[in-house]
Design a protein around this ligand. Structure first.
Ligand SMILES: [Zn+2]
Ligand SMILES: [Zn+2]
Length: 358
């Protein structure tokens, strides 16, 4: 930590809340993933976060009504990539975790709902950096610079807001599926479809089905790096966010619940179709009823990495709880170019020798 940043932190601390101030030296304490305690980087002290409570599930009928506004947080917007980030009031945005620029300004937007629970970071930043480096090196076509840039400095811990839903579903369905069969007439073989009707009931229970509540990280990436230990997560305490930022909540609970039903429908259809042996689906009609839906609104720990290659932004995401990683690696223009050239030369050589040896 440079002298500059020490000065900056203590200047900020004067006007901010006291919750994360180190009682020993007054420095800014941050959440430590390894010990799950608050840690003061200035004097090295650790402080237990008193929290007996676990996040509880809520009846969906009260979705959003009982929600608390998140007063101790402010929204910052990145003018380069549009990402919206939430920081507690005693922090100042420096670098956008999603695009790496420092074009970050305070926004007038409200921070939205206060999370009910937090799945805390278990993996430390250095470890996340190692995971990213290993992953980046596996990309054969990735530019060398990308492999070098996947380091802890370019990775940021960001809490991602989600709704999780518990629900029992009962569906009835009917449809028409088909199986191929062939007939042979002399030398010609023809393929036909034999259709058959299907109908029945399918029950499926969902526990902690995750729906992304922010547009900043895509839902499919969250699904790819799942699971997260969402059951029994500790109840929200601002201490867990010290040293991290959070994505701004941008989809309300009702929108998420609607999306949850659409995503569950895909799972239900898959389950129904897995009962049959078929080659083609003519149609499948499914009617689903939902029983005892419950929700919780929580934060998930994600390390975000960014890399810009030929003016295109690439992000990758690491589960801050188990280290699972997902993202696109950039493809090096020159590597592909030389590979193609090499292939062309090889073919030319082969053709040359096959002609000359004849
Ligand atoms: Zn201290
Ligand atoms: Zn940005």
């Amino acid at each position: 930590m440079t002298n500059d940043s020490v000065e900056k932190l203590s200047a900020d601390a004067k006007i901010k809340t006291t919750v994360s101030k180190c009682p020993n030296c007054g420095g800014e304490a941050v959440f430590d993933a390894k010990s799950q305690k608050l840690h003061c980087p200035f004097c090295g002290s650790f402080f237990e976060i008193e929290n007996e409570n676990k996040v509880v599930e809520n009846e969906i009928a009260g979705l959003l009504q009982s929600a608390k506004e998140w007063k101790e947080a402010e929204v910052y917007e990145c003018k380069s990539c549009g990402a919206k980030e939430i920081l507690s009031r005693n922090e100042v945005a420096k670098i956008c975790p999603f695009c790496g620029t420092n074009n970050v300004v305070r926004s007038e937007d409200l921070a939205g709902l206060q999370p009910q629970g937090v799945v805390t970071f278990k993996i430390e930043k250095d470890e996340a950096g190692n995971i990213a480096t290993t992953w980046a090196k596996k990309g054969f076509w990735a530019p060398r610079d990308f492999k070098r840039s996947a380091t802890p400095e370019n990775i940021h811990g960001v809490y991602n807001p989600v709704f999780t839903f518990d629900v029992e579903t009962k569906s009835s369905y009917k449809g028409r599926l088909g199986e191929y069969y062939t007939t042979t007439n002399g030398k010609t073989t023809t393929t036909h479809v034999r259709y058959f009707n299907v109908s029945g009931d399918q029950n499926l229970n969902f526990d902690d089905f995750i729906v992304q509540a922010s547009y900043t990280m895509p839902q499919y990436r969250i699904t790819q790096i799942s699971p997260f230990p969402t059951n029994g997560a500790p109840a929200y305490k601002p201490e867990y966010l010290r040293g991290y930022s959070a994505c701004a909540y941008s989809k309300d609970g009702n929108v998420c619940w609607k999306q949850c039903k659409e995503l569950m429908q895909v799972e239900i259809e898959k389950k129904i179709l897995s009962r049959y042996k078929y080659d083609v689906k003519d149609y499948l009609q499914v009617n689903t009823a939902y029983y005892h839906p419950k929700y919780k609104y929580i934060l998930l720990p994600v390390y975000v990495g960014n890399y810009t290659y030929r003016k295109k932004l690439f992000n990758f995401y690491i589960n801050g709880s188990n280290g699972k990683i997902a993202g696109n690696r950039p493809v090096s223009f020159w590597k592909v170019f030389f590979a193609v050239m090499l292939a062309v030369i090889l073919i030319a050589v082969i053709i040359f020798f096959s002609y000359t040896t004849d």
